[in-house]
Design a protein around this ligand. Structure first.
Ligand SMILES: Cc1cc2nc3c(=O)[nH]c(=O)nc-3n(C[C@H](O)[C@H](O)[C@H](O)COP(=O)(O)OP(=O)(O)OC[C@H]3O[C@@H](n4cnc5c(N)ncnc54)[C@H](O)[C@@H]3O)c2cc1C
Length: 445
């Protein structure tokens, strides 16, 4: 069943009913999550938050806004623009994801290096608990030391601890100016070095995106060659007041030139910057068009490592892909250590899926060995659950105890995070291997 409540009280009534009858409830925002976290694998009630989409209060003089959980990220920033403020995390899914979904996954994006993640902006939440009680956490003040920071616990809880209905967010002033530099390299390692050299300067850009050869080829094929033909690219943005922006831009160029790039272009022209940003955002969709019969899948898609380990990480991911004979594209918000890899698989080829699964697990193991995490921003859901359990082995019992205390009947988004068991190939939509044959409910076969 899908329900679309309009008020917190309606959510509370639904939760009462569901809890009394032990019916799973799966909160859902824009449905853009990439790990299957909003998929109702055990059936039940999908709680679609799209009608709780009011921007209730904009108070830039107090540096906060109050919004319904179903407000779309881009719509909030459109409303804040006339005040010269924004909610900065900037996920690639800005036009479709909701504020509630962003809190539930602690989403971020290309500007996290300078502006942080969603968690850094949450001042308070209204949350409906599994048993229907309405909890108001946090405050409308910038500082708050009053007791357990339950709003922090809800960030990244992936709909397993409560349904978020209202969010109070801190807002930040819009920068006066933005400029960008595009640097083309003949090796991926040099691009990785460029990232850590910029940060170590020290110089904090507002974003720094890295793209490898597979990603560049995919975008150039899909969009008609908007990017230089090279092995790797760094796309760097600096922002702030105009005089500072020009100084930073010159510093970035100097650092990049020291690495002997093939090409370097700088611009403050809005149209050119939009074209570069569009090319970066198009990677995910372009990859599926790169090879006939192959689709880009989000399995090991969101690792984060300490920034200085970026060159090691990109080299290790590539050698793992070669070892298992799979095509892997590496790109991402490299300045905060967040690397995305997308794997191209033939979805009807079981052997391809299995080789892919092995590569995915090895990529995650390499990430953890480098001191990183299996997810920087997309969350765990189903597809990262086994690797998350490997990374967080010492935390699982405490997490299970919190879950039991807040949701004793296990009705909120069951079967995710530490409750997931087995292969990531379970519940695939494609009937291509023993896992999906065994696990797909008869009605879906
Ligand atoms: C093209 C593309 C680009 C992307 N780029 C980025 C990026 O740059 N950065 C990034 O962080 N992510 C990115 N993502 C992933 C995703 O968009 C974000 O994680 C986003 O925050 C998910 O929000 P949503 O509203 O779509 O949530 P959904 O996918 O609907 O749900 C995600 C999870 O949150 C829970 N949830 C949703 N709403 C609530 C609520 N009100 N209360 C409690 N739980 C709730 C769900 O149960 C589920 O567990 C991208 C996705 C796509 C498709």
């Amino acid at each position: 069943m899908v329900v679309q409540p309009r008020t917190t009280e309606q959510v509370s009534e639904i939760m009462h009913l569901a809890n009394d009858n032990h019916i799973p409830v799966i909160p859902r925002g824009g449905g853009t999550g990439l790990c299957g976290s909003a998929v109702p694998i055990e059936g039940g009630i999908v709680m679609d938050m799209c009608r709780m989409d009011q921007i209730k209060d904009i108070r830039v003089q107090d540096l906060y806004v109050v919004v319904g959980a179903g407000v779309i990220y881009a719509k909030l920033n459109q409303a804040l623009k006339p005040y010269k403020f924004s909610f900065p995390p900037t996920p690639g899914s800005a036009d479709a994801c909701t504020i509630g979904g962003m809190v539930a996954l602690n989403a971020s994006g290309m500007r996290a290096i300078k502006y942080g993640a969603t968690r850094d902006y949450v001042l308070g939440l209204t949350v409906v608990m599994a048993y229907g009680d309405i909890l108001r956490t946090g405050t409308r003040t910038l500082k708050n030391a009053s007791g357990y920071q339950i709003d922090r616990l809800m960030c990244g809880s992936e709909g397993t601890l409560g349904v978020i209905t209202e969010v109070t967010l801190k807002v930040a002033p819009l920068p006066g100016m933005r400029k960008m530099v595009l640097v083309a390299f003949d090796t991926l390692e040099k691009a990785g070095r460029c990232v850590s050299d910029i940060i170590a300067k020290p110089l904090i850009p507002s974003s720094l995106e890295l793209m490898d050869r597979v990603s560049i080829d995919a975008v150039n094929k899909a969009l008609g060659d908007p990017l230089p033909d090279c092995e790797a690219l760094c796309m760097i943005e600096v922002d702030g007041e105009p005089e500072i922006v020009d100084v930073k831009l010159a510093q970035v160029e100097t650092i990049a030139r020291a690495l002997n790039p093939i090409d370097i272009q700088s611009t403050g022209d809005i149209e050119t910057m939009n074209r570069w940003n569009t090319s970066r955002k198009a990677i995910m969709t372009s990859l599926s068009a790169l090879k006939p019969h192959m689709a880009s899948v989000s399995l090991a898609d969101d690792m984060a490592v300490p920034i200085s380990k970026i060159p090691d990480a990109v080299a290790r991911y590539q050698s793992i892909a070669d070892k298992h004979g799979v095509i892997v594209a590496t790109y991402g918000h490299a300045s905060d250590g967040n690397l995305h890899t997308k794997m191209l698989v033939d979805p009807t080829d079981a052997d391809n899926w299995r080789r892919g699964e092995k590569a995915v697990m090895e990529i995650f193991e390499a990430t953890v060995e480098l001191g990183g995490t299996v997810t920087g921003e997309h969350g765990v859901g189903m597809s990262k659950a086994p690797s998350f359990q490997m990374e967080r082995i010492t935390m699982l019992e405490a997490m299970a105890a919190i879950k039991r205390a807040l949701d004793p009947n296990n009705i909120l988004n069951p079967g995710k995070l530490m409750q997931w068991e087995g292969s990531i190939l379970r519940n695939l939509r494609y009937p291509c291997d023993e896992y999906s044959e065994r696990d797909v409910p008869p009605a879906q076969k």
